[in-house]
Write a protein of this length. Structure first.
Length: 185
């Protein structure tokens, strides 16, 4: 059994929506900065983190931000060959989560692994034995969405207090949200 822990990170609104029409339903500058910090920061400066995403999530990242800087970008797809032709060199393309984990196991320079969506990838990671914590930003508003965060089984995952993560309500314009962390029992 591998020691690769999968940390999930997502922002979801009241109806658990995470996306619409291939984009994020909101624009929250500080929330995005939190995503960048969490997925990038390492305690060992000789290491880097990996981000695992589905092909649609790859597509939703603006061209100028992809691949995501200072992180090993791993894209999951059922069409490895065709996607490989359409991503820059250095981006790892794999057919599934187990192949992503195998790749990470062979890279001792990877410190932490972040699963960054979307729905089907979050679901696969949440039910995987290597699933660690879920970093969920709970946005206190409803948006029209066509993609949703999977149900969190509260028998399996419980809310924890994390040092370093602000526990107070965050406010950006007319939108407020909380940074929550769930840990598997
Ligand atoms: N988790 C959280 N907490 N918030 C999110 O918005 C979020 N988004 C995704 C996955 N997990 C999340 C997937 N969508 C970028 C764009 C979309 C996206 C993830 C990342 C992106 O372009 N990120 C850049 C910074 C962009 C900016 O500063 O505007 C990066 O370097 O991280």
């Amino acid at each position: 059994m591998s020691k690769v822990k999968l940390n999930l990170i997502a922002a979801a609104c009241e109806n658990m929506g995470i996306g619409t029409n291939g984009t994020l339903p909101w624009r929250l500058k500080k929330e995005m900065a939190y995503f960048t910090t969490m997925t990038t920061q390492v305690s060992d400066p000789t290491k880097v983190n990996a981000v695992i995403m589905g092909r649609r999530t790859w597509d939703c990242i603006p061209d100028k931000y992809r691949p995501l800087d200072n992180r090993i970008n791993i894209v999951m797809t059922h069409n490895v060959d065709s996607v490989k032709e359409n991503v820059p060199e250095g981006v790892i393309v794999v057919p599934g989560l187990d192949e992503a984990i195998s790749y990470i196991e062979k890279r001792p320079d990877i410190e932490a692994t972040w699963v960054i969506g979307g729905s089907s990838i979050y679901k696969a990671a949440m039910t995987h034995e290597n699933c660690g914590k879920i970093y969920l930003t709970e946005i206190q508003k409803s948006f029209d969405c066509d993609t949703f965060f999977p149900n969190i089984d509260k028998q399996q995952f419980h809310l924890v207090d994390e040092e370093k993560i602000p526990s107070e309500k965050q406010v950006e314009g007319d939108i407020s949200y909380y940074f929550r962390v769930y840990k598997r029992l």
